[in-house]
Design a protein around this ligand. Structure first.
Ligand code: ADP
Length: 218
């Protein structure tokens, strides 16, 4: 379903987010106080407008309250980020996502009603750290603070064994959701399906469970 987003702050984060949302078929009003960034986005976003988001009357003129989702991607200026979030929540936007610089910034944003807080640098650092620290891990997505979706190269020691023989769920607690081999992906793997070297496994589990599985097959 098509959604209406207002993205405020068109730095590296806000502009790449805008592009992705438009490519996915959504409507995006892109806002920045810097005219050159607005011009860069004019071709991409549904609408691009130069405005100072800390000015309540300007946000009202833009009809900010009619959007289903607001994104505050102001990085450096904490005051502007906090004030913009507060105004968007006062205008009753159902969901407001805010990019935070650090935990203190995130705490303030929670207090004033931000619905989702993201820490892109921290999260990317964690994700990359996990990928680099393991030979088998390809990607790592946090589903909740405890559960992760992990893409993992099938370790050599699994070659030729069935899921039943490996018994991953009983031994480690995590679930094999899919097995990818070359271009094919098996999204409902059965107990008798065999793992081959070169396959990729998609696993869901807690970080402890996944760490344990990785250590076992290092
Ligand atoms: P990134 O790390 O994503 O590049 P930046 O902090 O560099 O983030 O970018 C934030 C953007 O937010 C800048 O382009 C800046 O002009 C914009 N911005 C900051 N304050 C306001 C404001 N009050 N109204 C609109 N845009 C703002």
């Amino acid at each position: 379903m098509k959604k209406q987003f207002i993205v405020i702050g068109l730095g590296r984060f806000g502009s790449s987010l805008t592009k992705t949302l438009v490519e996915a078929g959504h409507e995006v009003l892109a806002v920045d106080k810097d005219i050159s960034l607005v011009q860069e986005m004019a071709e991409i976003a549904t609408h691009a407008i130069q405005a100072d988001s800390t000015d309540e009357s300007v946000l009202k003129e833009l009809g900010a309250g009619n959007f289903s989702h607001g994104i505050v991607a102001i990085g450096e200026n904490l005051q502007a980020s906090i004030l913009t979030t507060l105004l968007l929540k006062e205008m009753q936007i159902p969901k407001v996502t805010v990019k935070a610089r650090n935990i203190m910034h995130g705490k303030v944003l929670t207090k004033i009603g931000a619905d989702q807080i993201v820490y892109p640098e921290r999260d990317m650092g964690i994700r990359l750290g996990r990928q680099l620290s393991s030979d088998n891990l390809i990607d790592y997505i946090e589903l909740s603070p405890h559960y992760h979706l992990v893409e993992m190269k099938a370790p050599k020691a699994m070659n030729g064994l069935t899921l039943q023989q490996l018994d991953i769920r009983a031994k480690y607690g995590c679930n094999v959701m899919a097995i990818r081999s070359d271009e094919e992906i098996n999204i409902s793997p059965r107990a008798e399906d065999t793992i081959q070297t070169g396959d990729t496994l998609l696993l869901i589990g807690s970080s402890e469970e996944i760490n344990e599985l990785e250590r076992k097959y290092e």
